[in-house]
Write a protein that binds this ligand. Sequence first.
Ligand code: NAD
Length: 425
Amino acid sequence: MAYIEPAPIKDKENPLESMMERFNIAAEKLGLSDEVYNVLKNPAKQVIVSLPITMDSGKIQVFEGIRVIHSNILGPAKGGIRFAPDVHIDEVRALAAWMTWKCAVVDIPYGGGKGGVRCNPREMSPGEIERLMRAYTLAMIDVFGPDKDIPAPDMGTGPREMAWLMDEYSKAKGTTVNAVVTGKPLVLGGSLGRTEATGRGVMVSALSAMEKLKINPFQATCAVQGFGNVGSWAALLLEERGLKIISVSDISGAYHNAQGINIREAINYRDSNKGTLEGFPGADKLADPAELLELAVDVLVPAAVEDVITKKNVDNIKAKLIVEGANGPTSFNADKIINEKGIMVVPDILANAGGVTVSYFEWVQNRLGYKWTAERVNRRSDRIMKEAFDQVYKTSIKHEVPMRIAAYIVAIDKVAQTYQFRGGF
Ligand code: NAD
């Protein structure tokens, strides 16, 4: 088809461009018409606002706020709000599309959205951040809504900011509307199980893939890059399922113990050590943290940052299975070599979708006016993750494509079919 562009060969690969390359391949495999391709490629709505905020100094500073709804074909848009100095409309657009595919692959009734405010929250006081969040919410009052667009935290925002958003939105509507946003504190209608949800989904994806590859979890080794929310929960839950976690890393370095790292001890150490593993006594520090990615393990879980498996190191990867906890850890240019090496990859839009799944449960509970137990949340999210894995796996066999392209095929097919049934103008 005319829209397939040649693969970019550059020194620095961009994870968002990588996402579009895979989208293009899946669209071609599906035989998507140019008309529907154009509908899915372009965002449905883009809003840019100016937010004048009185800073603590008494001076007024103007911030740019963005919200992009990529698609509302499957349902209301869903996606985080990023507070960061490098927020840019192009990136927000791509991240919103990413959310569309992630929600579609796990079959939850949401479209994709993303928002951001260009600011540096590290240099702002809590009061300044609060005024900015409230101003952003009010500026987006006609965009957000439990049936229209449901934001969530992203880089630079968390439960505190979501509480301010919910409060400002509720004041403007004259009634408490907690379903307008997810990732709220528990007392405001947040869901049990949300904290561990993404790591838990990584665990379910890993075990499902190991079953297909006939890897016995009780004889398997694993390395986890990143020891934050996703990485530490994934490591703990995989350890509980029998895997030996021989290496973990964070920004301070990578730590290795061939006998297996006690993950609970590592978490306790991190929590009592200003959030880092630096000096962790239960393992040896590797000379180069990048070595973690090249260890001869059964399962590798990149759960830190994007673009860590690239054409520069892909030849040295020895894992049999890669489960992408992070968004975009593998570049497009590394895909081909990974496939040639016969390594199975459970791609980000599937492997880390446990988080958005439990966000969806938060919204469901808010709308029901009811609270589920952690056990019910976990059971339902495990089922969704397993079913999504099975569908992607079947699609990969049917179309003879890697799991990553299969995940895009499942997602794009779902959105395209829904669009065609709903019809346009
Ligand atoms: P986090 O901030 O809690 O943890 C990040 C971890 O990565 C920290 O341990 C940090 O020290 C480490 N790290 C940072 N740079 C590193 C590097 N160069 N090498 C090794 N370790 C490094 O973040 P998180 O919420 O765990 O998110 C991790 C990834 O998962 C991100 O890509 C995020 O977009 C993605 N993700 C998160 C969620 C979620 O629910 N939290 C959902 C979907 C996707």
